[in-house]
Design a protein around this ligand. Structure first.
Ligand code: RUB
Length: 321
């Protein structure tokens, strides 16, 4: 079997180092990487081609553990490839299959964001103050769509420590003219009574409607719950986790301590240890609704989405990876 193309390794490294980040984007580039494998494969027999694709899938899956969009995107391609292989005998035809399916996933993913924008914007009123956390393409779509509809909204956005993804959100929204107030994460409760609704993205949504998102999200949800401020989640259906229906739980990534404090400074402190979990879990009871490209659902509807979208996975217990 040939070595994987350099581009695929680079994509895997960029996801791991967070040069490419955000659950939706991670899934899109991982699927793009499978397409690169297909485009550059010199495999002579279908078995070799399948082995190359599976190796790339394995490497990509190891890059970040929490965003369910990543395995869901990869499975989208692998499942269709495996179905195709039952009748296709030529390597070239399998390559075409991967390329087409990958393009289809990326296109669907972009359309989903657009639809979430349109559906979510209906829940945004003229004059709303929206609070968001981290940087989510789905949330940006909702806010920008509402703004483009002429709704005079403004946004409070947390810095999102330790890696400050809130700055990406602030810059993106500010650029189109939306007034943004950036606050430190811990100022959320101080400002919550001036906020009309909270909208955050998701890395994973479990069968019981819990939402896994950037660390700090569950604290914001708690604050919103106490203040009776609606808490919305904007997420494509490929963020829903079929594994959680089979009893698995979502792995919460914990990243290096150097993201919080330099190792040089840490060495000067005695008996100090750092923990750096990247994500947390917001229970369903703190979530008012989830905006998906298929419509708005209560968190309790997560299980139906999983049943509808991932029946093929559940009934086949897809253990090919
Ligand atoms: C990003 C994050 C985002 C979700 C949703 O974490 O938690 O809220 O991934 O984003 P990180 P999107 O920066 O660690 O990847 O809506 O763009 O998929």
């Amino acid at each position: 079997m040939e070595a994987l193309p350099k581009k695929v390794i680079e994509i895997a490294q960029d996801i791991n180092k967070m040069k490419i980040r955000g659950a939706g984007k991670i899934a899109q580039v991982a699927v793009e990487a499978l397409k690169v494998v297909a485009e550059s494969s010199n495999a002579a027999v279908t078995e070799d081609f399948m082995a190359e694709i599976k190796l790339a899938a394995k490497i990509l899956l190891q890059t970040r553990p929490t965003a369910v969009s990543l395995p869901n995107g990869i499975r989208y391609v692998l499942w269709r490839l495996m179905q195709a292989k039952k009748t296709i005998e030529e390597v070239e035809d399998l390559k075409t299959c991967v390329i087409n399916v990958a393009d289809q996933f990326i296109k669907n993913s972009k359309v989903a964001i657009q639809k979430i924008g349109e559906i979510g914007a209906r829940r945004v009123k003229d004059g709303d103050v929206i609070l968001t956390h981290c940087h989510s393409s789905a949330v940006i779509a909702v806010i920008k769509t509402a703004w483009n509809q002429g709704k005079k909204i403004c946004v409070n956005c947390t810095e999102t420590r330790p890696l400050f993804q809130g700055r990406i959100t602030a810059r993106t929204l500010g650029q189109v003219g939306i007034p943004v107030t950036m606050i430190v994460d811990s100022a959320t409760r101080h400002f919550i009574n001036k906020v009309d609704k909270v909208i955050v993205g998701a890395d994973a949504i479990t069968a019981n409607g819990a939402v896994v998102n950037k660390i700090g999200t569950s604290m914001i949800a708690l604050v919103a719950h106490e203040a009776r401020t609606p808490f919305f989640v904007a997420a494509e259906t490929y963020k829903f986790s079929p594994e959680t229906m089979m009893g698995d739980s979502i792995v919460l990534e914990e990243r290096d301590s150097s993201e919080i404090i330099s190792s040089k400074l840490l060495k000067t402190m005695k008996n100090v240890f750092i923990r750096n979990p990247s994500f947390d879990v917001t229970p369903a009871e703190y979530v008012n609704l989830i905006i998906t490209e298929k419509g708005i659902i209560p968190p309790q509807g997560a299980v139906s989405i999983i049943q509808q979208e991932y029946q093929w996975f559940i009934s086949n217990e897809m253990d090919t990876l």
